[in-house]
Design a protein around this ligand. Sequence first.
Ligand SMILES: [Zn+2]
Ligand SMILES: [Zn+2]
Length: 439
Amino acid sequence: MVVFSPGRTSSYPNESPEHGIRYHYLGGGDEVGNVGIVLEDQNGTRLLLDYGLAPTKPPRYPHEAPLIHDAVITHSHIDHLGMVPWLCGHYQTRLHGTHVTAALSDMMWHDCYKVSSIEKYPLSWDKRDIEIATESWYVHHFGESWHHHDWTLTLHSAGHIPGAAMLHIQTPEQSILITGDFDTRDSPLVAGAQPIEVDTLFVEGTYGGRSHESMEEEIQRFIASVEKVVARGGTVLIPAFANGRTQDVIMHLHKHLPHLDVHVDGMGKKIAKVHLEHDSYLRNASELEAAWRWAKQISSKTDKKKALSADVIVSTSGMLDGGPILWYLNRLKDDTRNALFFTGYQAKDTGGRRFLETGFVNIYGQDHKIRLESDRFNFSTHAGHQEILDFAKACKAKTVVVYHTDAENARPHLVEDLEAAGHTVHQPKNGISEILLPP
Ligand SMILES: [Zn+2]
Ligand SMILES: [Zn+2]
């Protein structure tokens, strides 16, 4: 099924701007995820940053992209690259990103394709487009610049997940930094992002208005809770996102509870393998390697059955929507010594959110009341409110564009505090162009 109707679903203007740099959000301007930002100057130099879809039910798609020859993809989460196969299939777009992002992309696209087929959601690209996209990568190391007409582009580490990049654009007239998803705090997998002095900062505002608990305290609470369940003879089930969270959780468990019997299932296994093949992108490759050797990887039906008596099972899907986690939950749900611990955001209309609100989970078409102890832990690798303010200040940005944010509940808090700190703040809307004038 076609989602775009070319010429009718594009919100992008036909002419280049008269001066300055125009930015135009195809998606992600006033919402979380679904990102696509077109930047263009008066010479017609044009660049797209990210082209994702929001994996909600049904998914949200960004506006149709205009003709794009070059796109920078900040990282391998589906809300930043989910629509890239369409781009490459239609425009033979060149993709720029880090080695890890390129290496993980086709796994993410195939998974997205599979989920759409199962859920029967329309997708405007197919497996042939994945093949084209996979061949379209131009990879760049952090700190190594390249030229895009008279712009100089450089990727810098964004923290968040391995290979996640911020894009630094230097034009003859102005400098811009776009964070992508970022965190200035260290996580087990990656070190935090460092500021760069620029005229304009585009910053993600997922956590606007919310501050993170102390990471150390949250880890201690998690470890104590796992120990309690194991001590009473139960198994802890941990739904975790494959790309980043699964590895972070395994590393926490390995560091603090090495005596436990921990099993891991789902796509996170293949992703960890790719991480280890690109160890220069990791904060501490030998720690991931040791944790990965230690955790028991589930790869067969026999392994699955063995895992039922484990202390901890970490598996996808992170939002209890399909994936091996449901197989384990189905078998472990009736023994109340077991527990279900969430380690990530549970989006609206997902199995995880429904469980947290009603206690019910749909397993293979049947509703079950789950009576297991449950809890939520914040292992987010997005900058919190204060980290965002500190980062904008350290970048000395005159103008700050706040995107990838809930425009009603999160962004207003950031706008207020950023303005109070002396920044000029933009609040982009999808489909509306704005101009950044030279300072
Ligand atoms: Zn994102
Ligand atoms: Zn992300």
